[in-house]
Design a binder for this molecule. Structure first.
Ligand code: THU
Length: 130
């Protein structure tokens, strides 16, 4: 699975984003170690704090479908490059401390990070196999 293929999946998911309050749509594509991809989009709520980011939607979809070993995550928020919020970084670190995170703009610019550099010294109760 190439990053361009992940980008296409993330962009399709982004079209489903429910973001009437911020107007900011985000799409995510999470690749697991067996090659399955789980997409996600942000889902907002009138009670703003209940909003769930695209990244966590993708992770929760994967976990609920029996996948928990992840290798790459691509996110796109449209024109500008965005990086995952702090809450999503912590949720991702629970399952994939060695995750590669690709932040992509719709024009095709991509910046690649290690989750470990985005969230150094993350909180963990136990060591989990990456
Ligand atoms: N959002 C995401 O889905 N992912 C991020 O990494 C950052 C923020 C969403 C949450 C909210 O619906 C909108 O973007 C504006 O913050």
């Amino acid at each position: 699975m190439t990053d361009l293929e992940l980008m296409k999946i993330a962009q399709e998911a982004r079209e489903h984003a429910y973001a009437p309050y911020s107007g900011f749509k985000v799409g995510a594509a999470l690749l697991d170690r067996s090659g399955r991809v789980f997409s996600g989009c942000n889902v907002e709520n009138a009670s703003f704090g209940l909003t769930v980011c695209a990244e966590r939607v993708a992770v929760f979809k994967a976990i609920s479908e029996g996948s928990s070993q992840f290798s790459r995550l691509l996110i796109t928020g449209g024109e500008d490059i965005i990086t995952p919020c702090g809450a999503c970084r912590q949720v991702l670190a629970e399952f994939a401390p060695d995750l590669v995170v690709i932040c992509a703009s719709e024009s095709g610019m991509m910046i690649q990070y290690e989750l470990k550099e985005l969230l150094p010294q993350s909180f963990a109760l136990r060591q989990r196999e990456a």
